[in-house]
Design a protein around this ligand. Sequence first.
Ligand SMILES: Cc1cc2nc3c(=O)[nH]c(=O)nc-3n(C[C@H](O)[C@H](O)[C@H](O)COP(=O)(O)OP(=O)(O)OC[C@H]3O[C@@H](n4cnc5c(N)ncnc54)[C@H](O)[C@@H]3O)c2cc1C
Length: 402
Amino acid sequence: MQVKVIGAGFSGLVTAYYLVKAGCKVQVVEKSARVGGLIRTLQTPNGPVETAANGIRNSVRLEAMCADIGVPLQSTRRAARARFIFRGRPRRFPLGIPDVLEMGLRFAASATSLRPRPLETISDWGRRVVGEGATDFFLAPVLGGIYAGDPDRLSASLVFGQAVLPDHLQTTRPARPKLHGTVAPPNGMQQLVDGLCDYLDRAGVESVLNHEAKIAAGEPAVVCTSARGAAECLADVAPQLSESLRQVEMMPVVTATCQYDPAAAKLKGFGCLFPRSEGFRARGVLFNECIFAGRGPAHSETWIFGGALDRSIVELSDQELMQLIATERERLYGEHHEAIGIHLTSRPQALPHYSIDLERILTKLPAPPANVALAGNYLGRIGLAKLIERAAFVAKEFPKTL
Ligand SMILES: Cc1cc2nc3c(=O)[nH]c(=O)nc-3n(C[C@H](O)[C@H](O)[C@H](O)COP(=O)(O)OP(=O)(O)OC[C@H]3O[C@@H](n4cnc5c(N)ncnc54)[C@H](O)[C@@H]3O)c2cc1C
């Protein structure tokens, strides 16, 4: 039986991998001229530059897949254990004594109802369970850094994986391996994409690039695109589902990887997050060569902007963006350094907003026709480790229904 995988981003490649493992004949169709979707690693003389994910939470399935396709994984460096949140200055522990006391009291008072309520936002859950200080200076910046969402609209149920989703969106939870934490291939995330492509080639999978796929009635297909892409693909065969997916709000993200002389490395750690009230426009900055070995020779920082609360970031010119980074960086370190390389990636529709509106959409999402399954980062799990679980689940269950 041949299954068409629509989209050759990470979800599509991993879905194709598991379908091959399940014994299916697979064709991968990609709209653009390259595979990998959001993920891409540029190799520059000053070190590698990631355009989206820089790492992936390790899991039993990831380890097994990488061993099978011959892609090595490295864990984060010791230095990456330090994580900073800006409160007046970069701090490893941004909460004051009153915040900790409030957190203890609230936590004790809500011990029986830690579980998020349906349609409860992260701000509401946080104020109810951990208090205002811990919400504003820990929860909101940390989740903002992962989801780029608005804490007043981010869905606590979706973020904590507690939303009750329909059967057709079921998946498995990543099992924890011995080496837990974030990992990445030594040459960057592109190495994982390339390893998957090589494996699929060897397995005889046909890949079609530059082709916007449609689904013919009855044709077995797994749609592995963004929500917008899925809405387009499904318009003819599942108009109601397509209409629901069209409502999924997408958010812009701009990343700037800036390379400096190694002496410009002023903080050692994973990175620093900026709570909204601190007046930075950046949501956070990553210290790349502290996270994984081999990311030099330059000191490399990735500044992350945009999300639900800063849609106009994509309107800035490259010059304006570089000026903004110089100003915010000077505020972070109290001194100026000249970048020796800057690589900007601007995406007006980078990520789905994990808002209570998405929770509403997903909990009532109509099932696709029997010949179609969905995979992708808008279905309740945004991280790559969870996209792998969904891909493996679909590849195991979907062929049984055909
Ligand atoms: C800046 C940034 C940093 C991130 N950091 C991390 C991180 O550190 N760790 C982590 O786990 N996750 C991270 N993520 C999230 C992760 O990168 C994404 O969730 C993931 O890459 C999405 O993969 P995907 O295949 O689902 O979607 P996409 O990458 O969007 O791929 C979808 C593909 O489908 C194609 N397509 C669309 N319509 C059609 C059609 N009709 N026919 C054929 N093809 C079509 C598109 O061209 C595209 O190639 C980050 C994301 C961003 C933006």
